[in-house]
Design a protein around this ligand. Structure first.
Ligand code: SF4
Length: 206
């Protein structure tokens, strides 16, 4: 089973296939893996020890950044993510990034956001849309309309911890006006926005 995989010169950690969303652009709809890697559907959710053992098989000295991304929402397993992120950081000068939908406090209301500090260097949050209605149409969160405001609050709280924070939006075409509104919202929060390419064929990404 593939816990770590490489793409575009980076090392990605795949620690869960769980996710409370069903994004219309989800890369998981485009195949079982990404550009030549083995399937990213996990046989089971790996334990912290399994993740650490898988990391130990890599050449830590050649890794600058590990991105917790998954074929799922990595913060579904926040405790495991934090434990393994700290382990990875103990193995070298390695940055940790988390790509997340920002809904961890709806997944687990007891999650303490301050625990990210020291374990995670940057967080990329899927903004996806400039308002709750279009967010729900694109992201289709199981939590319903409250998810949009929670995602924004998560982003603001991560930023206030001094962790590098960014937003993303996926350009599926015909979205110029929506992307401009996303940009305005991002700017109002002092958080940079990255417009991502819409990928429909994972094996021929680029
Ligand atoms: S949050 Fe990520 S893993 Fe979940 S459905 Fe959306 S794109 Fe897919």
């Amino acid at each position: 089973m593939t816990i770590f995989y490489g793409f575009d010169g980076r090392t990605y950690a795949n620690i869960t296939n769980k996710c409370p969303c069903d994004c219309v652009f989800c890369i998981r709809k485009g195949g079982d893996s990404i550009v030549g890697n083995d399937p990213l559907w996990l046989e089971h959710e790996p334990t912290s020890d399994e993740i650490k053992q898988a990391f130990d098989k890599l050449d830590a000295g050649s890794i600058e950044e590990v991105v917790f991304c998954g074929y799922g929402e990595p913060m579904e397993r926040a405790a495991v993510l934090l434990d393994t992120a700290k382990y990875i950081k103990s193995k070298g000068d390695i940055s940790i990034r988390v790509n997340t939908n920002g809904l961890v406090r709806l997944i687990d209301p007891s999650f303490d956001i301050s625990t990210l500090k020291g374990a995670v260097d940057s967080v990329s949050i899927s903004l996806n849309a400039p308002d709750s209605k279009s967010y729900c149409e694109i992201t289709r969160p199981s939590f319903g309309e409250k998810a949009f405001d929670e995602m924004l609050k998560f982003a603001a709280d991560v930023k206030s911890l001094g962790i590098k924070t960014g937003f993303t939006v996926v350009d599926m075409g015909g979205m110029a006006e929506m992307i401009e509104k996303c940009r305005a919202l991002s700017q109002s929060m002092g958080i940079p926005l990255r417009v991502r390419q819409y990928v429909t064929d994972n094996e021929n990404y680029r």
